[in-house]
Design a protein. Structure first.
Lengths: 522, 247
């Protein structure tokens, strides 16, 4: 008989909950010992975008212990003590070590929140051979709802865990148990996890801010644009709660990206919507984006706290403490404002009008929106080509001095092209878009870093000015000065390599990639 | 991975009892731990209720790494595994002599375990053979249990002479007294003479009938009777060993 893998889960039909494992095993010549019974609440955790799950991991707590387990085998990878009942935490919640390192690898930015909770009743015992040697453990688990009014467990499972070197013997145990319960089926650990998530109304991996729409290249572009707008709006909606509760910074980030995408659709697909309506919504969306930008800026500083501190010599780090404390309190205030706005009648009204607009699928009047009925594929190619050519044209105009303004403008051109390519990715062969995007990405990274540095420099300069007006603390001034020096160096470095990076984007090879992508529609 | 051999030329001095109890304490305090039963009599395997699988023999042992890995079994105690011995081990010496570098064989065969265990204990058969030499080279510490009798002292000196004659590292050797009965004059005299000698551990293991009962418990005494006199002594020995040898 072949041995059992490290952990074997046998799932039983819930109607057979009156099985007696010791009894069945005794009849097959196995004794049992050290029975243990416990009742506990088990919580599962993951980030909003299921980053643990997508890496094949499951985070669960039971009692005062939290563990990260492999989804496929159930094997524990790391554990930590978890004395609190917190519903959300980040890696910094745990002392430095294996567990916190793994958490930050799963997601450096996102918070891990409770996704589902269950009442678990566990009955475990050791299985002994004729020598009274333990050969493995059988765990009998009933997992049910935490709501007391629900009857019966969701699943009733037996888990067989052979001790090292005893998988063959435990295979006999499995045979004995399965012989008594013909309706039982073997269950993968991942299958159990999915069942449990399903029971609590959760769909692992159901959120990503990435555009995953499959567009129809023959459909009128108006229809496709509406689908894209509905998608981005759905992402905004799903992130509202996380923004309100300030769970982590990425809710706002995804919300803002969706907003920018929506605005970009209006800006780049001209003649698809009635201009009057389009202009109105563009303006409104811009206003909404404006309301969120201050909060995002402060988030970015707070996220860089460690990095900023590490770039300074230890003697200058102290000055940053009051600096970040003031950013934290400013953030609180601004977050309250945004939260109020999201709960306001204005916001509710705007969103309902916006969603109403998205639900009307009738093509607009051809006079007002002349290209609304053009095939999506044709429109997409034209828009991408136009945007790409504009980026090349403007990039070639960047002077040797590479002024801040030139690079700022070019970054926006880059973003526009990137968005278009994301919107319409499903219309082009994946290998071609992938390669073209990689080229664009390099350029975007260079420009992004440059602009971030210059925005931060400006912000720090303002802080320094404000500090000077309020009777400046010299240690703060020194720290800010130190930071500004480092940022300036970084900015100049990205500026100095811009032309090289742009040349590679503007190469024949990259041009061939873009051309191939645009002509090679699916 | 640190390796500790329980070794003595003489039989019946408490090698197995020490290997079983010390490995259990090691699994508890510095996990994980492996105990390798090298004695064809398989006493430490018996104490843990483990028998080698039918396919396992000295041949597999000499093949090393993968074959060894596959035949390690978990004891009933957390973080403590055991590589059982097989009766075929009685021929290990003959088989070793046919190998290219028999003295280095054991060390080489256990290389792949170095990431799996922090401590490995060898429970060695009595005698001074090629297998013993292989154990000497594979061990960081050679722990020699001795009953305080003149015959024990004689075999201890034989061991020291062997190390000197063969240019082996004598500093690996640590002796300690077992089955000590203070009421016996000879025990007292030998303890007085050697108790503080260099290379001798201070902690002694008293004669205790509980140790003999391990054959009934079939488990480490330190696990089933942690408060017995002998268990306390083993704990003292373990701590002294850890502290003194930097294990």
């Amino acid at each position: 008989m072949t041995g059992l893998p490290a952990t074997e889960i046998i799932k039983f039909n819930t109607c057979t909950d009156s099985i007696s494992v010791p009894h069945i095993l005794r009849n097959s010549g196995f004794n049992t010992a050290s029975p243990e019974r416990r009742k506990a609440r088990r919580h599962y955790f993951d980030t909003f975008e299921w980053q643990a799950f997508s890496r094949g991991l499951v985070i669960q707590s039971e009692g005062r212990t939290i563990s990260i387990n492999a989804l496929s085998t159930g094997r524990t990878v790391a554990t930590a003590s978890f004395p609190s009942t917190s519903a959300c935490f980040g890696s910094e919640y745990f002392p430095l070590g294996n567990f916190s390192t793994l958490l930050s690898k799963i997601s450096p930015l996102r918070a891990f929140c409770r996704v589902a909770s269950f009442e678990v009743e566990v009955h475990s015992l050791r299985v002994l051979d004729h020598d009274e040697k333990t050969i493995g453990i059988v765990t009998d688990e009933s997992i049910g709802s935490i709501a007391s009014d629900k009857k019966g467990p969701y699943v009733h499972i037996l888990t067989l865990t052979p001790f090292r070197g005893y998988s063959e013997e435990m295979a006999h145990v499995r045979k004995a148990l399965q012989g008594e319960m013909p309706e039982s089926v073997s269950l993968e650990n991942s299958g159990l996890f999915r069942t449990l998530m399903h029971e609590s109304g959760k769909e692992p991996g159901d959120y990503s801010s990435k555009i995953s729409l499959k567009l129809d290249s023959q459909a009128p572009v108006h229809e496709s644009a509406l689908r894209l707008l509905r998608f981005t709006t759905e992402v905004m909606r799903r992130n509202e709660e996380g923004i309100r509760k300030s769970i982590d910074t990425e809710f706002l980030h995804d919300y803002r990206v969706s907003l920018r995408r929506a605005r970009s659709i209006f800006a780049q697909l001209k003649g698809v919507f009635d201009p009057q309506t389009a202009n109105r919504f563009r303006k409104e969306l811009k206003g909404l984006a404006g309301r969120t930008s201050k909060l995002r800026d402060l988030d970015v500083y707070l996220l860089q706290q460690h990095k900023f501190s590490a770039t300074l010599p230890p003697a200058l780090r102290g000055g940053l403490i009051p600096f970040f404390a003031s950013i934290t309190s400013a953030r609180q205030k601004i977050h309250r404002q945004l939260k109020r706005y999201l709960a306001s009648e204005d916001y509710r009204k705007f969103m309902s009008e916006w969603e109403e607009f998205l639900s009307v699928t009738i093509l607009p009047d051809a006079q007002n929106a002349p290209v609304a009925s053009t095939a999506t594929g044709k429109s997409a190619s034209a828009a991408i080509r136009k945007s790409w050519k504009r980026l090349l044209r403007n990039g070639r105009l960047v002077s040797r001095e590479t002024t801040d303004e030139e690079l700022h403008e070019l970054r926006i051109d880059c973003k526009k092209l990137r968005y278009l390519m994301e919107f319409f990715a499903s219309l082009f062969p994946t290998d071609k878009t992938g390669a073209a995007v990689r080229h664009l990405k390099k350029l975007q990274e260079n420009l992004g870093e440059f602009v971030d540095c210059s925005v931060q420099l400006k912000f720090l300069h303002e802080q320094l000015d404000a500090a000077a007006r309020n009777g400046c603390d010299p240690s703060l001034a020194a720290s800010l000065g130190g930071l500004m020096t480092r940022l300036y160096e970084q900015q100049e470095e990205t500026r100095s390599i811009f032309h090289n990076i742009f040349r590679s984007f503007d190469s024949d090879r990259a041009a061939i990639l873009f051309e191939e992508m645009l002509t090679d529609k699916k | 991975m640190k390796t500790i051999a329980l070794y003595s030329i003489k039989g019946g001095v408490g090698k197995t009892a020490a290997a079983v109890n010390l490995s259990y304490l090691s699994a508890l305090n510095a996990p994980p731990c492996l105990i390798c039963d090298l004695d064809p009599q398989g006493a430490s395997s018996y104490y843990f209720r483990i028998t080698a699988s039918k396919k396992y023999d000295s041949d597999k042992f000499l093949k090393g790494n993968k074959k060894i890995h596959r035949n390690i079994k978990a004891t009933d105690f957390e973080n403590l595994d055991l590589l059982p011995s097989d009766f075929s081990y009685r021929n290990l010496d003959i088989e070793l002599s046919e190998e290219k570098k028999p003295q280095k064989k054991l060390k080489k065969n256990l290389e792949s375990l170095s990431d799996d265990y922090s401590h490995v204990f060898f429970d060695c058969p009595p005698n001074l053979t090629l297998l013993s030499e292989s154990v000497f080279s594979a061990s960081d510490i050679i722990l020699v249990p001795m009953i305080p009798t003149t015959l024990s002292i004689r075999t201890y000196n034989q061991l020291i002479d062997f190390f000197t004659a063969n240019n082996l590292d004598r500093s690996k050797i640590r002796a300690f007294f077992t089955m000590v009965e203070k009421r016996k004059a000879m025990h007292r005299e030998i303890l007085a003479e050697y108790g503080t000698a260099p290379g001798f551990l201070r902690q002694t293991i008293p004669y205790n009938s509980e140790v003999e009962k391990m054959g009934v418990y079939r488990a480490p005494l330190t696990a089933v009777k942690p408060n017995s006199i002998a268990s306390k002594a083993y704990r003292g020995l373990f701590e002294e060993l850890m502290a003194e040898s930097g294990l």
